[in-house]
Design a protein around this ligand. Sequence first.
Ligand SMILES: *Cc1c(COP(=O)(O)O)cnc(C)c1O
Length: 393
Amino acid sequence: MTKEKFNKYVMPTYAPAVTLIKGKGTKVWADNGMVYLDFIAGISVLNTGYSHPTVVAAIQDQAEKLIHVSNLYYTENQALLAELLSDISLGGKCFFANSGAEANEGLIKLARLWGHEEGKYEIICMKNSFHGRTLATAAATGQDKVKVGFEPMPEGFIHAEYNDLESVKSLISEKTVAVMLEAIQGEGGIVPATDEFFNGVRSLCDEHNILMLCDEVQCGMGRTGKWFGYQNYDSVPDAISIAKALGSGYPIGAVVSGEKLADVFQPGKHASTFGGTPLACAAAIATIQAIEAEDMVSAAVETGKIFEDGLRGFVKEFKHVIDVRGKGLMLGLVLDCDAKPLVDMLADMGLLTLATAGNVVRFLPPLNVKPSEIEEALDMLEDCIAELHEDSE
Ligand SMILES: *Cc1c(COP(=O)(O)O)cnc(C)c1O
């Protein structure tokens, strides 16, 4: 019923599998009676799990008081959230938007405005990166599949090899305004930047007076065992974009800057009708409070370690499993073959994961996933890999 109506009236940008009806913690229920352990969690949106009580209460309370006002007026929640985000990241100021793509669009415009007087506008992005589906963020994305059919793409984006400092260096010119990267590439297949690369990019940016921008949309908000992915390294970017987990599923995105870029946007230069509404900010404040109260950032380190160790065991045990990549609870199991059959089999058994970059099974469970749920997932994985492995002998 739902499926028929959905397929009749919703544009087929996705090909959904089952109909989900409710969620709690790491579990989600389908209308066909299946209960899943969700190790993809809205693709790193539900870092606090489904329906965290702190977030639910905050949304309910705020909805009764004030859902929306225009940004022509001050609101307390936007100030509170900006302070929280500034404190846990770059110490500068915030601009609020509604999604990852929109946050990145803001990041790109911020960089261009900063470089405008000197005629600098070009942004060096990374191959295999993902920054969104608007035209500018698709242009920034280092994957052809998001661009094909939509040409001409906006100008001003070129692409270097990720984890190859020489490649970045060779693209720097008098037009370059920024280097933009993910500390850990998500859609690209869970690929962490090496220390040498990440810190090297910072040095290059300093040498050439260009900005370092980090897309923290997927790897931010505690996911990697730090509040933000860049905090796994010694270098600090000039600005970051955040979205996905920021509102625990309530849409909100943000640009956070360091001191240098804090006052580049002036009235009239950038805007968003829904950016930072009292309701969205209430959801995000509650998300940060829940993560702090339950120390979920440390949990991502500890539970991530248990999970990673278990996954590493499969590299030894199974010949088609060749590597484990990632940090904290952002992990990828790398196969020497297509990951889709395994992902489909896992879903049939009750574990939701995602195939990424062809041969990688991606895991992004809620940060408060229980160690017992990690064990359950590892058991299902072992059974499924063993069965697939047997078939391929
Ligand atoms: C998901 C994602 C985006 C896009 O976010 P939307 O909210 O879908 O626009 C951008 N960058 C990264 C790294 C992402 O993972």
